[in-house]
Design a binder for this molecule. Structure first.
Ligand code: SF4
Length: 357
């Protein structure tokens, strides 16, 4: 590693499993969490490097709050680094958030999902609307100003007003970043076994476009398909993924892009704890080619510039492919090409057309 990179730490513990979730996580146990944190520290020391963003993702990383200071102390982190911890609102007690703030954590990402009790119950979340409100308030009191919240859209029976109420409530509580995801039923989850009356694709698209409009109205600028931020509060760590920059992932089921290779670890906590250094499988020997680069960059509203495309010898092809698509789906300027919100609704098809014609 020759330059500052991102550090991702996967924390695969949860208090219970939400019925839509296919992330790798197991039930939290205090002793197992301690062993896991020690293994994370071992690996950080093994890889070395210097980091300008750190992201604890999960799972429920806030469950490791007693260990986060020790983990951060093992890493070489630049002074103005963005350090994020994902948090479940039901755990956001004042003393826990104050302890996190003291360790240097400066960004919290709350899995709020909804400010509607019926929707939270459907999603099988452990927290209530009141707990979500208290979580954001407690975060401010503990000294956090960089606060993100997730919200879920395209739920059964969800209306435009339901979405607006959640977004407005989050804005009122001082979230400066919102990630809005369309609910997808993943194979192997409890939701996949149930008969759910989810909105069809057209209705989901309407709700997505309504979410984009609502968040823009509330002062959040869309910068990625599912991500919106007040100015200056875009997630610096997640931007690395979409800009095809390198990051080190540590933990069970963690992915990395480092020293010119993409690699991942197994979905196996015990193997991660037992191994002196995490065992990795190379998933891509030569990442960063045109297809991958364009596919990631076009998720961002900044899109891809002709200068970037020219580095791959693709500037002419990109322009020619973009000109064949309706202006409602792609925007073409003197400097480059990007997707519109309507384009994001059918992003896979549009990005495919831009890359392959
Ligand atoms: S808390 Fe998050 S990671 Fe854990 S099961 Fe629920 S959605 Fe998945």
């Amino acid at each position: 590693m020759t330059r500052d990179t991102g550090l991702y730490i996967h924390v695969p513990f949860c208090l219970s499993k939400c019925p839509y979730c296919d992330f790798y996580s197991v039930r939290y146990g205090r002793e197992k969490a301690r062993e896991y944190a020690a293994a994370v520290v071992r690996n950080i020391r093994h890889y070395g490097g210097r980091f300008d963003t750190v992201y604890f993702g999960g799972g429920t990383p806030i469950l490791l709050y007693e260990h986060i200071g020790g983990i951060l102390a093992a890493a070489d982190i630049v002074p103005d680094a963005e350090i994020t911890v994902e948090a479940n609102p039901c755990m956001a007690e004042p003393h826990i958030l104050a302890a996190l703030r003291k360790t240097g954590v400066n960004r919290l990402s709350f899995g709020v999902q909804s400010m509607n009790e019926r929707e939270l119950a459907f999603l099988g979340r452990r927290h209530t609307v009141t707990q979500a409100e208290n979580a954001l308030r407690n975060a401010h009191t503990a000294g956090f100003d960089n606060i993100s919240a997730d919200m879920m859209i395209a739920l059964p029976g969800q209306s435009e007003d339901d979405i607006a109420r959640t977004a407005e409530r989050l804005a009122g509580l001082g979230a400066v970043h919102i990630s809005a995801y369309i609910l997808k039923v993943e194979d192997g989850t409890p939701f996949a076994e149930r008969e759910l009356s989810l909105p069809d694709d057209d209705r989901a698209a309407e709700l997505y476009l309504h979410t984009v409009d609502t968040l823009e109205r509330l002062g959040y600028r869309q910068y990625e398909i599912s991500n919106f931020a007040r100015e200056g509060y875009e997630s610096r760590h997640n931007l690395k993924y979409w800009r095809c920059e390198e990051y080190l992932g540590i933990g069970a089921a963690a992915h990395s892009y480092l020293d010119g290779k993409r690699f991942c670890t197994a979905r196996d906590i015990d193997a991660f704890i037992a191994s002196p250094v995490q065992e990795v499988s190379i998933t891509d020997e030569k990442p960063g080619d045109w297809e991958e680069y364009a596919m990631l960059k076009l998720r961002l509203t900044e899109g891809i510039t002709f200068a970037e495309a020219a580095r791959f010898g693709k500037a002419g092809e990109l322009l020619a492919n973009a000109e064949k698509l309706p202006r409602s789906l792609v925007s073409i300027t003197d400097s480059g090409v990007s997707l519109t919100p309507e384009g994001f609704v059918v992003s896979n098809a549009v990005i495919g057309k831009l890359i392959f014609g």
